[in-house]
Design a protein around this ligand. Structure first.
Ligand SMILES: Nc1ncnc2c1ncn2[C@@H]1O[C@H](COP(=O)(O)OP(=O)(O)O)[C@@H](O)[C@H]1O
Ligand SMILES: [Mg+2]
Length: 275
């Protein structure tokens, strides 16, 4: 009870303050208020510092790219935002609520969706069924069972399949999809929950050039209604989707800025060429 009350107060306080200033422009796109504010996050595994004093923020409708060499801490950072791993220090404010203190399911309910590196779809279920089981429970007036059979839900599933380029594969078992199509299906499954922040860990790894282009379009489309954090190595892909890039190296924030300035940054060049 106490926790719930605290959350509610924190959310209302933020909403009251949110009316002021939502006029930031970036890369010609209109983006809004800060939705995620990571403050001085640190994490140790035993004696090893996996992340040290990381601070950055993401705005509404922004696509933020996170890059960095293998082992830089990118995946670990997403683990902390979605509650899979707890930081040993710092705060992660999402819409005014400290995620570092919420259990994973409440972080999902607060509006954070996470896609892991390998696609996790139900191979034995069809594309349509995979999307259907991703609809959050208890939203229907008549209970979830009846709710799921309605025409509105069928349309919702068809629309989502179209969004993720799978409209002609609705009846196909997910196990028969290509690797890239599985990645798209999983993004569709996450979108069924309508998250306000979507965390994507290397979503185009293993995709063909054409699939990458389609995915770039997809991510730009879905960022109209939400924010995205995308971990990606391929700078050509990063250029297509993101206006701002955060660079991690050895668990620290090495640089942050627009794609061009980050690519010119001597420290970033050293880290990539030095390996
Ligand atoms: N569960 C864990 N236990 C111990 N060390 C870990 C664990 N998870 C990640 N690490 C360490 O944290 C560092 C960052 O890893 P990771 O976040 O996977 O990097 P990236 O995604 O940038 O390649 C690595 O040095 C890794 O060995
Ligand atoms: Mg990783």
């Amino acid at each position: 009870m106490n926790t719930m009350a605290t959350e509610t107060i924190a959310v209302s306080a933020h909403q009251t303050g949110a009316a002021a200033g939502s006029d930031l422009q970036s890369g010609g796109k209109k983006i809004g208020d800060v939705i995620l504010d990571v403050q001085n996050i640190s994490l140790r595994f035993g004696g090893v510092k996996a992340l040290t004093d990381i601070s950055f923020n993401v705005r509404e409708h922004e696509i933020r790219a996170i890059i960095g060499p293998n082992g830089a801490g990118k995946t670990t950072l997403l683990d902390m935002i979605c509650g899979k791993t707890r930081p040993t220090g710092g705060r992660i404010e999402f819409d005014g609520v400290d995620l570092a203190r919420l259990p994973e399911h409440k972080i999902v309910r607060a509006g954070v969706g996470r896609k892991f590196q390998t696609p996790s779809v139900y191979d034995d279920l069809s594309v349509s069924e995979n999307l259907e089981i991703s609809i959050p429970e208890g939203r229907g007036v008549f209970g979830s069972l009846l709710f799921r059979t309605t025409e509105a839900v069928r349309q919702q599933i068809a629309q989502m399949a179209e969004n993720v380029f799978l409209q002609s594969h609705l009846a196909m078992k997910a196990g028969k999809l290509s690797h890239g199509q599985k990645q798209w299906l999983e993004i569709g499954m996450l979108l069924m929950q309508n998250p306000r922040l979507l965390l994507l860990d290397e979503p185009v790894a293993g995709m063909s050039a054409r699939e990458r282009d389609q995915t770039a379009d997809l991510l730009k489309r879905i960022a109209v209604g939400r924010s995205l954090i995308v971990i990606e190595h391929d700078m050509e892909f990063v250029k297509k989707i993101a206006s701002k890039v955060t660079v991690l190296h050895q668990g620290r924030l090495l640089a942050e800025g627009d794609v061009d300035s980050v690519q010119r940054d001597e420290r970033v060049i050293d880290v990539y060429l030095g390996h």
